[in-house]
Design a protein around this ligand. Structure first.
Ligand SMILES: Cc1cc2nc3c(=O)[nH]c(=O)nc-3n(C[C@H](O)[C@H](O)[C@H](O)COP(=O)(O)OP(=O)(O)OC[C@H]3O[C@@H](n4cnc5c(N)ncnc54)[C@H](O)[C@@H]3O)c2cc1C
Ligand SMILES: Cc1cc2nc3c(=O)[nH]c(=O)nc-3n(C[C@H](O)[C@H](O)[C@H](O)COP(=O)(O)O)c2cc1C
Length: 791
């Protein structure tokens, strides 16, 4: 078998080594344009987990790597003159050149033909090879040559960074943030060998331009870095080595394999994908790609001859399948992490404790509970700080030491105007499609009643429509007459009489997304009139149907229509007040009527209500102001927004910050930050807590309280979002359908007893707390036994 490898970096050399071990008879040649001792960059980081994988894949290289790395456990963060430390992180640093030399020696020992100072002679020279490994790095010629096949996409990030070294020791990973010329400059530093550390300096493009540095100005860069980070460097000299200012390209490809006639090519490492350096995973991914490729080849490739081509194809398909999810997960974390560093200014007014937690939890890999496992003291101190800070901001006396003061953040009370919410967990609004003529009934009483009994601090009622024509479906609740208000009053009275929870009414108008089937039928499609229900005419800022040829074309709203809608919203607000609701939310998200004004995708008006963001906001603001005027001053109001349309050219986080500022000036107390559902063209990027980044942006940039929502499923995630300043309240929708008692169960998990169990259920509560704590003790005992045996 003949295997050609293009590129003698981590991916190329390690694949060659593993494949040679698995297929000793194979002829393996590596071409590398650089000399063996020619490497740019200084040190790289590998995690404990990656080292474990290397141990299993090739013990001799692992042994040498382990003998050469600098190991550390701590992360230090310098922020505004204070250095904060956390432990338990487990990373190793190694000189990049040392790692490559270990791999080079091993390749040599295995008889692999590595040709240095040799430029690859072109893809045609690999004809006849059974496999070509294209490990030719970030600027891969193979990938770019077959662009139409690999379909690479490159997201060139806005920040500038440079890779430098410094003659200094560091006790752990070290971050420093300094206000410098033109903006904030970040240092990411770690030692990789005694007396030598890698330092990556990053800043915004604006700050870089303000500095006057040239991209290849190495000497001036070193001087400026020595000046800005003088207190961190402590006299150490900054070293350069092809230290050019770059912008990070996040690379993804549709596929990583291509058969050129008889010759199969596979992309690996940086050629196939990149992950931002702030999660230090580029070398990890390159090495783990090599492990996966070798495993797939061993599993699929046996005999020689004609059968081999199909076997190699099967192996490459298996390699790609095995790596896609893991690489995607790491790239997602890296993308979330880089956004944090692109927006350091956003966090600049935070207290040091919160800045520290925000940085550590930025990529969602480290959460509140995960951090507690790493460093319990940091979580304890941060929790104490956060609870006291909240008490101060909300004006709560702590003299009697309320139980929540020592508990995780989710159990802290919250206040909006005169409304006190007993904890931070919220039941997100969820349409039940169970009303007739807008009337809530026993279903709604039991549904909302149970969720309030389940301990959530605040329960939202589903989008309740301001008029019959404003409904999404015939099953939607409405609030346009006294009868409906009385039916809601019964639900509100139940919640107030039996629970400490507060209850919020969400009112809205469906706009162009109205006149559709209930959620469990064909959602968003017009009513099937054979059901007996009739479709009704729709209106929207512009005459655009939700789906061409499927949904009705709405009529473009006139000023009279707008006046009518304002009246309808006000009537609903007055009825909600009569029903006794504690809070009122206006639905301006998910492509419904008010959202359709905000989004440039759905608002193509040429008058004063379309065009600029200020114009698009005009009508939603008029509605808000009119409703605020009839809603009691003492009670809060919120607005639900879609912070992004997930469509190029649509609403962005920055637009939403502007909307939030305007709403705040009009008397809005909280922004409920959702996303999308504007138009079927949307391409949302889902993931755990995937919308919380917008809640963070709005909260920190517009300076208004926010509620985060979307794929938040655990108490751990709720606590992470609160303590890191990403939200003030956290809403869960689907988890509350599966478990109305989510909050009480979480309280039992933390053995927090300061929560309002209904008196009727006290014996059940006592039993649950005991059972949960026993299970936790048992799990801890087991973990300790495993750890002891492991040693
Ligand atoms: C600032 C910065 C900090 C980083 N920090 C870390 C970190 O802490 N931890 C970490 O894991 N990763 C880190 N990385 C990423 C890491 O360096 C890369 O992800 C990793 O080197 C990828 O390995 P690779 O083998 O795929 O590519 P490379 O290491 O780039 O190797 C590709 C090789 O192919 C050769 N080549 C290319 N084209 C040809 C050709 N036509 N002919 C012959 N030879 C060719 C090149 O000379 C090169 O040696 C960092 C990157 C940057 C930019
Ligand atoms: C069945 C169902 C009905 C929903 N109805 C509404 C609604 O009436 N108003 C609203 O603003 N959001 C509605 N949503 C969206 C949720 O409030 C929430 O934003 C979304 O489900 C994401 O949260 P989750 O991941 O916790 O489910 C609904 C969601 C579900 C699952």
């Amino acid at each position: 078998m003949r295997i050609d490898v293009i590129g003698g970096g981590a991916a190329g050399l390690y694949s060659a080594i593993l494949l040679k071990k698995s297929f000793p008879a194979a002829t393996i040649q590596v071409v590398e344009r650089n000399r063996p001792d020619d490497t740019f960059g200084f040190g790289i980081v590998l995690s404990d987990e990656t080292l474990g994988n290397l141990h299993d894949a090739d013990e001799p290289t692992h042994r040498e790597i382990a003998a050469n790395f600098a190991y550390w456990d701590d992360i230090y963060v310098q922020y505004k003159g204070q250095v904060l430390k956390s432990s338990g992180h487990g990373f190793s640093g190694i000189r990049r050149l040392t790692l490559l030399q270990i791999l080079q020696r091993r390749a040599d020992a295995l008889g692999i033909d590595v040709r240095y100072e040799t430029e690859d002679a072109g893809v045609h020279t690999h004809r006849g090879a059974d496999l070509v490994v294209a490990a030719d790095g970030i600027n891969s010629v193979v990938r770019e040559g077959w662009k139409e096949h690999f379909e690479p996409s490159v997201d060139l990030r806005s920040n500038r960074f440079v890779w430098l070294g410094a003659n200094m020791d560091l006790p752990g990973f070290y971050y420093s943030f300094r206000e410098g010329v033109g903006g904030i400059w970040n240092m990411h530093a770690y030692q990789y060998t005694p007396g030598e550390s890698t330092i990556v300096i990053e800043t915004t493009n604006d700050a870089f331009l303000a500095s006057g540095l040239g991209i290849q100005d190495e000497a001036a860069t070193a001087r400026l870095v020595e000046k800005i980070f003088a207190d961190d460097l402590n006299g150490a000299r900054v070293l350069t080595n092809r230290s050019f200012w770059r912008q990070f390209p996040t690379i993804t490809c549709r596929t990583w394999r291509y058969r050129d006639g008889d010759t199969p090519f596979v992309l690996m490492g940086d050629a196939a994908h990149t992950a931002h350096f702030t999660i230090g995973s580029g070398t990890k991914l390159a090495l783990e790609d090599a492990i996966a490729l070798n495993k797939a080849m061993v599993e699929h490739v046996g005999s020689g001859g004609a059968a081999r081509a199909a076997q190699v194809d099967a192996a490459l398909a298996a390699y790609e399948k095995a790596r896609r999810d893991e690489v995607g997960r790491i790239q997602h974390s890296a993308n979330v992490s880089l956004v944090w560093f692109e927006n350091v200014r956003r966090f600049w007014h935070m207290a040091p404790t919160q800045f520290h937690v925000s940085l550590l939890t930025r990529s969602k890999q480290i959460t509140y509970e995960n951090l507690r496992l790493r460093d319990a003291e940091v979580v304890k101190e941060a929790t104490e700080w956060w609870n006291r800070d909240q008490a101060k901001k909300l004006g709560i006396a702590t003299a009697g030491r309320p139980a929540w003061l020592d508990a995780p953040p989710m159990f802290a009370p919250f206040r909006l105007r005169e409304m006190w919410v007993p904890n931070r967990v919220v039941v997100s609004p969820m349409a039940q499609y169970s009303a007739v003529d807008g009337m809530p009934n026993d279903w709604h009483l039991v549904h909302y009643g149970s969720r309030a009994l389940g301990g959530a601090g605040l329960v939202f009622v589903e989008m309740t429509c301001v008029s019959p024509e404003g409904r999404i479906t015939p099953g939607c609740t409405g609030l346009w007459n006294d009868e409906q208000a009385q039916a809601f009053a019964r639900i509100v009275a139940f919640v107030h009489a039996n629970t400490p929870s507060k209850i919020c009414m969400q009112i809205g108008h469906a706009g162009r997304k109205g006149s559709t089937q209930v959620g469990w039928a064909q959602a968003d499609w017009p009513i099937d009139e054979s059901s007996g229900d009739r479709n009704w005419p729709l209106m929207s800022p512009s005459p655009l149907p939700y789906r061409d040829g499927v949904n009705q074309v709405p009529r473009e709203m006139s000023r009279e229509d707008m006046d009518l809608v304002i009246e309808q919203f006000c009537r609903s607000a007055i009825l909600a007040d009569r029903a006794g609701f504690d809070m009122l939310e206006l639905h301006m998200a998910h492509g419904y009527l008010l959202a359709s004004f905000l989004s440039p995708i759905t608002n193509l008006r040429k008058d004063a209500y379309g065009g600029s963001l200020a114009n698009r906001m005009r009508f939603p603001l008029e509605v808000f102001e009119a409703v605020r005027a009839v809603w009691p001053r003492a009670r809060p109001m919120s607005v639900r927004v879609s912070a992004t349309d997930w469509i190029p050219g649509g609403t962005t986080g920055a637009d939403t910050v502007e909307v939030a500022r305007a709403m705040k000036s009009a008397g809005c107390d909280l922004i409920d930050v959702s996303t999308g559902q504007t138009d079927p063209a949307a391409k949302p990027v889902y993931g755990r807590m995937y919308q919380a980044t917008f809640s963070e942006q709005v909260r920190l940039e517009a300076g208004i309280a926010t509620m985060a929502v979307g794929a938040i499923t655990t108490a751990d995630q709720i606590n992470t979002l609160l303590i890191s300043g990403r939200a003030d309240l956290v809403a869960l929708a689907r988890p509350h359908l599966a478990d109305p008692y989510f909050t009480l169960h979480a309280a039992a998990g933390y053995d927090f007893r300061g929560i309002g169990w209904p008196v009727q259920y006290h014996t059940g509560a006592a039993q649950l707390h005991t059972t949960v704590q026993r299970a936790k003790e048992e799990a801890a005992r087991k973990a300790q036994l495993v750890a002891e045996r492991g040693h």
